[in-house]
Ligand binder design. Structure first.
Ligand SMILES: Cc1ncc(COP(=O)(O)O)c(C=O)c1O
Length: 392
């Protein structure tokens, strides 16, 4: 059987392999801490757990399919949050679709809009699942290389150079994975206007919308009323509410696109799990208070990471102010295996190799400061320092 190149050529991200190796090391009695996968250290709000446990016995509809586009309650609550927090006006009945996670939202969007060979422009370093989804849907990735000296900001001038007659969409991910950069709102607006003028969709991935530090603020291009029809906003409950395992995300966009996208949803998932949608509705009820709870802790962790990196001559981090991670350049590379794997084997700290985010970033590491419990995190930073002191 011949597997088409569209699938065969896709490269799996190393996260699973790293997690498997970490589990093996733990089983051997080694002490290992993950600063790898983007999973917040905190769990979901108590209100969410209460709603689920009450619902499990009281609501028979928890156990059966719901509407493809999501439960009316969740779409209503989300529409209200989008208006208040994002400045986006979205009709819950026709402009919002709940998906099983926002990775699925991106895949559904690609399957809905791409003809074979259409290009999608993404900033590089890129989020590997975006890259994979574009290729799996038969599209082609057009990379927009960003520069570390510019803090990995995405500029309209860079976008203009990457766009061709085949470009169907431009993806903006702010706060960014893997760099942690929060894009300059006026630059996002310029990109959104450029895309609208050229008739290219702007896809805004806002999975980390509540993780903006210092004086940076989240900006949703879907809030610009005269280009809103051209913007597709993708969001996630995973990071904001510490509920990655519940798999709830969403697509917000014009009703024409959503009425087509729902076919893809129907063919792939029918709907997001109802129990998860009930959980997400309850979580939205405490959005304002819950999202403030962890900001100070994350800022402190970010400072600890900056201090650690400052103390390691081989590492450099142009400090970025959002999401949960730092994209760190290393002047040291071990001779025998990739740096990230060497740190895991030698010192028991899991980081993600920069190569996962594009070939030319192989001398970088993505380090998550928001994933492990605080004491484990601090120990991992000491171990990281120890690794470079003895090895580099
Ligand atoms: C930029 C970005 N978008 C989307 C996702 C996927 O989130 P979800 O759990 O909602 O699928 C991630 C997860 O790491 C991410 O980093």
């Amino acid at each position: 059987m011949t597997i088409p190149n569209r699938v065969r050529s896709v490269v799996m991200p190393p996260i699973d392999a790293l997690n498997t190796r970490m589990a093996e090391l733990l089983a051997q009695g080694r002490d290992v801490t993950s600063l790898g996968q983007s999973v917040p250290f905190f769990g979901p709000p108590g209100e969410m757990l209460d709603a689920v446990s009450d619902g499990l016995r009281a609501m028979p509809r928890m156990h059966v399919y719901g509407p493809d586009a999501g439960t009316p309650e969740l779409r209503e609550a989300l529409s209200e949050k989008l208006a208040r927090f994002n400045g986006i006006s979205a009709d819950p009945g026709s402009q919002i679709m709940i998906t099983p996670g926002s990775n699925q939202a991106f895949m559904v969007t690609m399957l809905t809009m791409l003809n074979p060979g259409d290009e999608v422009a993404i900033a590089a370093p890129y989020y590997f699942n975006h890259h994979m989804a574009i290729e799996l849907a038969g599209g082609r990735v057009a990379e927009i290389p960003l520069s570390e000296e510019d803090g990995f900001q995405m500029r309209v001038s860079d976008v203009e150079q990457a766009v061709t007659d085949r470009t169907k969409a431009i993806v903006v991910t702010s706060p960014n994975n893997p760099t942690g950069t929060v894009y300059d709102p006026s630059e996002i607006e310029r990109i959104a206007r450029f895309a609208a003028k050229r008739g290219i969709y702007l896809i805004s991935d806002e999975a980390y919308e509540t993780f903006c530090f210092d004086d940076s603020t989240q900006f949703s291009p879907g809030s610009i009323s005269d280009v809103a029809d051209n913007v597709i906003t993708l969001g996630s409950f995973s990071k904001t509410f510490g509920m990655t395992g519940w798999r709830v995300g969403y697509i917000v966009g014009n009703s024409d696109i959503l009425s087509q996208a729902v076919k893809v949803q129907d063919a792939t998932a029918i709907c997001a799990a109802i129990v998860s949608q009930i959980a997400a509705t309850a979580a939205l009820g405490v959005f304002d208070t819950f999202t403030r709870l962890h900001t100070q802790e994350l800022e402190e962790r970010r400072r600890l990471l900056a201090d650690t990196i400052d103390a390691i001559p081989a590492l450099n981090w142009e400090r970025t102010s959002g999401a949960l991670f730092a994209f760190v350049r290393s002047d040291f590379q071990p001779p025998e295996r990739e740096l990230s794997w060497d740190i895991l084997e030698t010192s028991g700290v899991l980081t993600v190799p920069g190569s996962a985010f594009g070939e030319r970033w192989s001398n970088y590491l993505r380090i998550s400061y928001g994933s492990s419990p605080r004491d484990r995190y601090e120990t991992a930073l000491e171990k990281l320092r120890g690794y470079f002191e003895t090895t580099a």
